[in-house]
Ligand binder design. Sequence first.
Ligand SMILES: C[S@@+](CC[C@H](N)C(=O)[O-])C[C@H]1O[C@@H](n2cnc3c(N)ncnc32)[C@H](O)[C@@H]1O
Length: 396
Amino acid sequence: MRDKYALTRRSASRLLPLVAPPVAAAAKEGVVPASFLEQDRAYFQAYSHVGIHEEMIKDRARTDAYRDAIMFHADFIRDKVVMDVGCGTGILSIFCAFAGARKVYAVDASDIAVQAKEVVKANRLSDVITVLHGRVEDLNINEKVDVIVSEWMGYMLLYESMLGSVIYARDRWLKTGGLMLPSFATLYMAPVTNAEKYSECIDFWRSVYGIDMSAMLPLAKQHSFEEPCIENIAAESVLSWPIVIKQINCKTITIAELESVKADFSVSSIMTAPLHGFALWFDVSFGTRVTQQTDLQSETSLGRSLAVDHDGVEICRSKKRAKPSDCIVLSTAPDSTPTHWAQTLLYVYDPIEVKQDQEISGSIELSQSKENPRFMNIFLKYRSGTRECVKESVMR
Ligand SMILES: C[S@@+](CC[C@H](N)C(=O)[O-])C[C@H]1O[C@@H](n2cnc3c(N)ncnc32)[C@H](O)[C@@H]1O
């Protein structure tokens, strides 16, 4: 489990501003000054901390997937114009320069952009990469781009709501026929059992030094399970095949579609075990290669499958790249290499005993919070056997 006091991507949406925001800095070349929303001030300020970038860059599964995807598309990127939405330290922009980009606009509203500029200079890439310090929404450039690269994914894919900014950039600057990296994203959910967690946080109170402390149970449940938890859950704890909550084609998704995402589900448990909650995770893929069903038949990944998006484009969703010609997939599934996103766990207050093949059904709705659009309201209804429950939570 992650250190709850460490500066993580979740804190990017949670932190309150501690010092003056970078509004003055936003008035640099190519960016018109803007007044940030109070929540955005806090958000961008959190991204000015080195620790958050260290965590992301050290996540090899993440950073290698982006590097591989950029290099895989080198033929497309060579001599072209790229925009890196949310460049952070500039790492993805530099990969694009290595792939032969003629020009890269590296945009970030956080003060980390100041460092990105230095990193670019130290690598003698200032003639290719222009770092622009400001929100992509306030950017003022007068050429269209061939490629948009961005690492926008939050916990359970949609937390942080950064995809809206990428969509804005796409609609304003991406040329027709341009490339989005990543190209597709899928959010999954599955019921899970986790007796260890339950006994550690809840059952512990039943007998403490021989004292009956069951009176603590309601408070312990509220404290431990009210909000989603970011944890790596063992693949063996997953009780069914994953449910697809949302498929996103980065070329066509609209901001309105992201305001609320809803899915009904009905799965059967693959074993007899207590249902302790639901895990959410995602994968993203880079490119539109059509994968043959037979390529994937022998795989066992929890995330693997072949899907057809709304435009009829086949989405390759295998865990890894099976052959060099396959598309590259970054998966945060429980059976994939752990990433800093881990999985997002929605624990239920009272476990339900389920038998093998017993149906678990319900619905889930994720919607942007009115309080802060970077927060996520989660409305989960689930039933199994004779039990039917509702759990509402907010991921702050
Ligand atoms: C998840 S980090 C990725 C950083 C870097 N691309 C990497 O892969 O290491 C996202 C970055 O996007 C920036 N960002 C988010 N929304 C933005 C917006 N609307 N305009 C400019 N930058 C934004 C944040 O400040 C943060 O540095």
